[in-house]
Design a protein around this ligand. Structure first.
Ligand SMILES: Cc1ncc(COP(=O)(O)O)c(C=O)c1O
Length: 388
């Protein structure tokens, strides 16, 4: 007999949906039904697998065995990551502090579980990447949202962080630079002040550096340039064009390595070995990756030019990543409704700001310009026809 009583979902699972993923699912349904949708909804490079990664994968498959790896990851990949810190930031990071993860998404789970207890308070900037808030809440950790806006360049400053800590002490802070959804880069000296404040107050600093490499002015600083205490979260998804391989990494302070390793052993066993092999090789894809970035530079110029003409306002400084975040044109009710209408009428998918800012996000929209320049041009033409 079929028991129709619903099984009760846990209270901790009552988090907001990640709406950009919902928009992606809807766009994919429309594409499958033959509709000519262009997605500006998700931060996903459209470039193919970089050649060195594809070649290394084929060679590894010929050997014939793909298995579990150590929970911390393959030594060859960890060693390449360690060299990356020496080459890019002149920072010495021992491979014993590096843990390979199933995308940075798993890195957040591991970092939060290793560093915080239920009831701890962790500051994040709003607007911000929604998964921070959602994962923290699901783990019973309290996200403390600090609003930023166009008046402060969408940057969380050390002064704002100190004020928040004075009001009610926090145990952690998470800063992303370049940030999602705004694309803003925290200036080097401000990042130093944030890290030094956190160190002085024994606040655990988590630095999401997933958009490093995708900066259009001065390169972004790593939190590790200022202290050995921050946890750095990074990934092969964005600059390295490997979203679907689900591989990223953490740099942990020595005292947290074993904690993260123990949790990783039981939550994930290891990141997928084939993806780790590809990731080690992708460090050899420099020219190819820079060519992809050159496309983003073209896209960024097109978007920067088009948004004010379409009526979007208060465009956040597009310093890095591949996003534009802006106020929706006058005369439209809310961003969710506008995004639905544009998807239905012009087949262009965008993400309403409510994903990133639960309070003010119905007035803003995020566009990702990670696609091919031809697709971005076509999407902007369709938007111009819509806003007419
Ligand atoms: C700021 C930020 N951090 C982390 C992630 C997660 O990326 P992944 O799990 O693919 O490494 C994303 C994805 O869009 C992001 O924008």
């Amino acid at each position: 007999m079929y028991d129709i009583r619903p099984i009760k979902a846990s209270r901790r699972s009552a988090i907001d949906p990640f709406r950009a993923m919902d928009v992606l699912a809807e766009a994919n349904r429309m594409i499958a039904a033959g509709q000519p949708v262009i997605s500006l909804a998700v931060g996903q490079p459209s470039a193919p697998v970089p050649k060195p990664a594809a070649d290394a994968t084929r060679r590894f498959l010929d050997v014939g065995h793909v298995g579990y790896t150590d929970a911390l990851g393959r030594v060859d990949l960890r060693s390449r990551i360690a060299h990356h810190y020496a080459d890019t930031y002149a920072c010495h990071v021992g491979i014993d502090r590096i843990m390979v993860t199933t995308g940075s998404s798993a890195g957040f789970n591991l970092a939060f579980l290793a560093a915080f207890d239920v009831g701890d308070r962790v500051a994040i900037a709003t607007p911000g990447y929604p998964a921070y808030r959602n994962i923290l809440k699901a783990l019973g950790i309290i996200p403390v949202e600090i609003p930023v806006d166009s008046s402060d360049g969408y940057i969380l400053t050390a002064d704002r962080l100190a004020a928040c800590h004075r009001e009610a002490p926090i145990q952690g802070v998470l800063v992303a630079s370049p940030a999602n959804p705004t694309g803003t880069v925290t200036p080097r000296e401000e990042l130093r002040r944030l890290v030094e404040f956190a160190d002085r107050e024994t606040i655990t600093f988590i630095s999401d550096e997933i958009y490093h490499g995708l900066v259009y002015g001065e390169p972004a600083a790593s939190a590790l340039e200022f202290s050995s205490r921050p946890i750095v979260v990074n990934s092969f998804s964005k600059y390295y064009c490997m979203t679907g391989w689900r591989v990223g990494w953490l740099v942990l302070p020595p005292s947290l390595v074993r904690a993260a390793e123990r949790i990783g052993q039981s939550l994930y066993i290891s990141a997928p070995e084939l993806s780790q092999v590809a990731a080690a090789a992708v460090f050899d894809a420099g020219d190819e990756l820079e060519a992809v970035k050159a496309d983003y530079v073209r896209n960024r110029a097109m978007v920067t030019d088009a948004l004010p003409k379409l009526g979007f306002a208060d465009v956040a400084p597009i310093d890095g990543a591949f996003y534009a975040y802006a106020g929706i044109p006058e005369g439209y009710g809310d961003a969710s409704e506008l995004a639905r209408t544009i998807l239905a009428q012009c087949h262009v998918a965008m993400t309403p700001g409510i994903d990133f800012d639960p309070e003010r996000g119905e007035r803003t929209m995020r566009l990702s310009y990670a696609g091919h320049p031809d697709a971005i041009r076509e999407a902007l033409d369709r938007l111009a026809a819509f806003f007419g």
